[in-house]
Design a protein around this ligand. Structure first.
Ligand SMILES: C[S@@+](CC[C@H](N)C(=O)[O-])C[C@H]1O[C@@H](n2cnc3c(N)ncnc32)[C@H](O)[C@@H]1O
Length: 201
């Protein structure tokens, strides 16, 4: 991947480096074996700051891949497009779409994915919607595919993991980053504080 345009926000480079480390550990614990041409969905991706490290951790040798980021917010999607689309080498299809991932009918029209990634899931903001997002994420997986979530808060992580368990997902790994960057806007909130990996039952 070519060097990305430096869209810089304080702390982001260190945050995504820690995420790469945590994701690498999680994928190894779940015995992830990257297919030669993986399809990867970044669900509720926001600005998708982690695109580079996600692809480096999950598809280190891929000459071909399909990577799709979806989020409700058009400005974040526009920024993700501007930042990442110019960096894709030949053979890599990167796409970002503004859309509602709770629309199961639309999600079912997507091709199946080897890996679905949800960074900073927001379960307790709207549990009913996130139940649907989690079901759609699991329903988007190819056989043998993995769902990875990260969380800002321990409690929200536990709630999301319980919800995924009720959806029939099988937990393969649950990790805590000891040096996650604390965020000042809420107590016990930290960037990628937890990461869990699930497979379908
Ligand atoms: C806590 S933010 C995390 C954003 C990004 N993954 C990150 O880590 O910076 C949760 C994101 O979920 C997105 N979201 C919430 N409901 C959604 C839906 N129904 N479809 C797509 N995205 C959704 C929001 O727009 C928001 O960007």
């Amino acid at each position: 991947m070519q060097a990305a345009i430096p869209f810089t926000y304080p702390g982001i480079a260190e945050d995504v480096a820690r995420l790469r480390e945590l994701l690498g550990l999680g994928l190894r614990a779940a015995a992830w074996s990257p297919p030669p041409a993986p399809a990867i969905l970044n669900l509720a991706c926001g600005r998708a700051d982690e695109t580079g490290v996600l692809l480096a951790a999950a598809a280190p040798l891929a000459r071909e891949l399909f990577y799709l980021g979806i989020d409700l917010r058009p400005p974040e999607i526009a920024e993700a497009k501007a930042r990442w689309l110019p960096t894709a080498p030949p053979g890599w299809q990167l796409e970002f779409r503004a859309g509602d991932a709770s629309r199961t009918d639309r999600m079912q029209q997507l091709p199946p994915f080897n890996l679905v990634f949800i960074r900073h899931q927001n379960y307790w903001h709207d549990p009913d919607t996130w139940l649907v997002l989690f079901r759609n994420a699991l329903g988007s997986l190819k056989e043998g595919g993995l769902l990875v979530i990260t969380s800002y808060f321990d409690r929200e992580h536990e709630l999301a993991m319980a919800c995924l368990g009720q959806c029939g997902a099988r937990k393969l790994a649950d990790l805590h980053h000891p040096h996650a960057r604390p965020l000042p806007d809420a107590p016990k909130k930290a960037v990628d504080r937890r990461l869990a990996v699930f497979g379908p039952t």
